[in-house]
Write a protein that binds this ligand. Structure first.
Ligand code: C2E
Ligand code: CA
Ligand code: CA
Ligand code: CA
Length: 275
């Protein structure tokens, strides 16, 4: 028995060491990934319920790694935040989104593109300055998705910078609402026009007793604060129907579309069969 426990422990330690070597290797690769054009964006449409049309899309970054294949953001965004590669990654994402948005506009699709902004960036003056320069120069219609958790680290700077972004025409959306450290004090102060209810509350919307109550009161609260509400993670027609009755303004999720490449997005928009 002792020998077996010993063996299990050794296997576990090896796994742990392998995992951290793996982490270091991936983090090293990430630095070159932007230059080598290994990153790409997929877009997921948000459908406006009353207008029955796609009014915006969310840009989601992916990494086509030369040997590992497709790596999803959950596996490299946290390490990019640690290494500060997140600054270059996010600036790249913003520039790429602007290029794609122009291509969409050229085909008659006037969509706002939302980009996820990691928490540590909101209090980084260099990042804010560079973003402002890019946004003002391009005149693009952008949105930034931020979480409340990211504001909590340095609320004063974060809120001031979000106001700067809002002033230059960037729509601010509160992401993952209800999943992290929510604070009504921040909700009151943030210059946000959209609130995205986390998919945690949407996935079991039609099978749980509590989720519909939480979702409905969140929608009412957001509306009282003059914000539009997006439900994310909508996978079923039943959830969509209930959200519509509750007055939810926008729907995002696999029911409408998975995140897709820009070409597929064009086809999706032009087929018009999304609702
Ligand atoms: P998020 O901002 O909450 O993005 C939504 C995630 O839910 C995406 O995962 C999306 O593919 C997934 N999703 C969309 N619809 C559904 C659905 O109906 N059901 C389910 N089960 N999932 C759905 P993804 O693309 O893996 O992204 C994960 C997270 O990585 C994002 O969460 C976001 O926080 C982060 N992320 C993605 N791109 C960027 C980026 O460019 N910069 C930063 N800082 N973070 C990013
Ligand atoms: Ca998001
Ligand atoms: Ca989200
Ligand atoms: Ca999330």
């Amino acid at each position: 028995v002792d020998a077996r426990i010993e063996r299990v422990a050794v296997v576990r330690d090896v796994a742990r060491v392998t995992a951290s070597i793996d982490h270091i290797a991936l983090a090293r690769d990430l630095a070159g990934a932007i230059e080598n054009e290994e990153l790409f964006l997929q877009y997921q449409p948000k459908v406006h319920v009353r207008r029955q049309e796609v009014t915006s899309v969310e840009a989601l970054v992916r990494w086509q790694h030369p040997t590992r294949g497709l790596v999803l953001p959950g596996d490299f965004i946290p390490m990019a935040e640690e290494s500060r590669d997140i600054v270059a990654l996010t600036l790249w994402t913003i520039r790429r989104s602007i290029i794609d948005q122009k291509a969409l506009a050229d085909r008659g699709h006037d969509l706002r593109v939302f980009i996820n902004i990691a928490g540590g960036l909101l209090a980084d003056p260099g990042f804010v300055r560079q973003v402002c320069a890019i946004v003002i120069e391009s005149d693009a219609k952008l949105g930034f998705e931020i979480t409340e958790t990211s504001v909590i680290r340095d609320p004063e700077s974060a809120i001031a910078n979000l106001k700067v972004f809002a002033d230059i025409g960037v729509t601010i959306a509160i992401d993952d609402y209800g999943a992290g450290l929510s604070s009504l004090a921040y909700l009151k102060q943030l210059p946000a026009r959209e609130l995205k209810i986390d998919k945690l509350f949407i996935t079991q919307l039609t099978s749980s007793n509590r989720d519909p109550l939480i979702v409905r009161s969140t929608i009412d609260l957001a509306h009282a604060l003059d914000m539009e509400v997006v439900a994310e993670g909508v996978e079923t027609a039943a959830a969509m129907a209930l959200l519509s009755v509750m007055g939810c303004d926008m729907i995002q999720g696999f029911l409408i579309s998975r995140p897709i490449n820009i070409d597929a997005l064009m086809r999706f928009l032009e087929s018009g069969g999304h609702l």
